[in-house]
Design a protein around this ligand. Structure first.
Ligand SMILES: [Mn+2]
Length: 373
């Protein structure tokens, strides 16, 4: 035993002196951080400002959209991106292998980066939407992926309130045409402005985090094959469901997860949404039960478990995902990073699907852009 200890000591001394004599680089000495150390980017990804720098091609960009002045109840999702980034720190390329997917999205063909935040004003919503419209056009029409086929990069948005979906799919529409919406939420978000009656009115006031899907339908940005999942909102009456039907959404109720089971939910989504047409996944964190997502603006009791949402996201990985968002994480109402950690996991699962499926097939791209430099 004593001999073994001496051997270990001697070996250590040899290794130490070998390191000292081989003149290690500073990055070798000081470059390795533990997951809780360093400046936060999503999953420790490389960061560059994708809006400012046109020179670096990338395939998937994580981008924060810290906008929350279109909420109808509790504000605070402007702090969602930084909370999700902080909660994502145990994701690294070294430990990024997703055992449910048998795939590591951080260590594959795709260049995945943290694009930072889209700077959006909290002072004037009409200006904020102009900024977001212009920002997503810049990102989707004038940035290159690493693909030889000239398909644009794809983005996973960290919200922000749910209205940030609209400027994203406006820009996606210019690339892919209308997209199928796969919408995980407690609420319908297809409410027309007359569902918010008020003496006071302006055009901008029509747009909020419960009406952006109505607006998207009005603008022809969505297909006829869209689905909501996890719905349990209170209604003004059955007329809300008729309005929703008229906007070409199929609904999966929150209770279906335990009455009919998760495989029913997966099959229903795959039956509705055509596999090879451009689809958009939007996850409002309030689809989870408030027990797992207190940090959000409009809680609805009786929601899904994180394991159920993860299983369903894994079950639909074969779809053609051209963009995604995870929205409504409001850390001021969160406890012990629970909501933000679930948000980071959702982003990881969607990212896994986007990369695992491979680069976007150029046949789904309507307009091949020239990527002006
Ligand atoms: Mn929502």
């Amino acid at each position: 035993m004593q001999f073994l200890k001496s051997l270990v000591l001697a070996t250590t001394m040899v290794l130490t002196s070998a390191n000292e004599t081989s003149d290690p680089k500073l990055v070798e000495i000081w470059g390795d951080l533990w997951p809780f150390q360093g400046i936060n980017t999503f999953a420790h990804l490389d960061h560059f400002s994708c809006l400012v720098d046109k020179t670096i091609p990338f395939d998937v960009g994580i981008i924060g959209v810290p906008f929350d002045t279109a909420v109808s109840y509790r504000p605070g999702a402007r702090f969602g991106p930084r909370a999700i980034r902080a909660a994502s720190q145990r994701q690294t390329s070294l430990r990024g292998f997703n055992p449910r997917a048998m795939f590591n999205p951080y260590d594959s063909w795709a260049k995945v980066v943290d694009c930072g935040d889209l700077p959006v004003t909290p002072m004037d919503n009409s200006l904020a939407f102009r900024q977001m419209n212009a920002g997503f056009e810049e990102l989707l029409l004038r940035r290159q992926s690493t693909s030889e086929n000239k398909v644009p990069p794809r983005f996973v948005l960290l919200g922000g309130d749910h209205s940030i979906l609209l400027p994203h799919i406006r820009a996606l529409n210019k690339v892919y045409g209308p997209v199928n919406i796969i919408h995980f939420d407690a609420h319908l978000d297809t409410w027309s402005p007359d569902k918010y009656p008020s003496y006071w009115h302006s055009e901008q006031s029509e747009l909020n985090h419960g009406s952006m899907l109505w607006k998207a339908h009005e603008e022809g940005l969505t297909t006829k094959t869209n689905i909501h999942a996890g719905i349990r909102t209170k209604l003004s009456g059955l007329i809300d469901l008729e309005d929703d039907d008229s906007q070409d959404f199929i609904r999966i109720e929150a209770d279906d997860i335990w009455l009919k089971g998760p495989e029913y939910v997966i099959k229903k989504i795959l039956d509705v949404v055509p596999k090879d047409t451009p689809s958009y996944i939007s996850v409002d964190i309030d689809v989870l039960d408030p027990g797992f997502a207190s940090g959000t603006g409009t809680q609805e009791p009786g929601g899904w478990l994180p394991r159920e949402l993860i299983h369903i996201l894994r079950g639909i990985e074969e779809l053609t995902i051209v963009g995604a968002d995870i929205v409504e994480v409001a850390p001021a109402y969160d406890y012990a990073e629970v909501t933000a950690t679930n948000g980071a996991q959702v982003a990881y699962e969607i990212l896994t699907s986007m990369v695992k499926k491979g680069a976007i097939d150029p046949s789904v791209v309507k307009i091949i852009h020239t990527f002006e430099q």
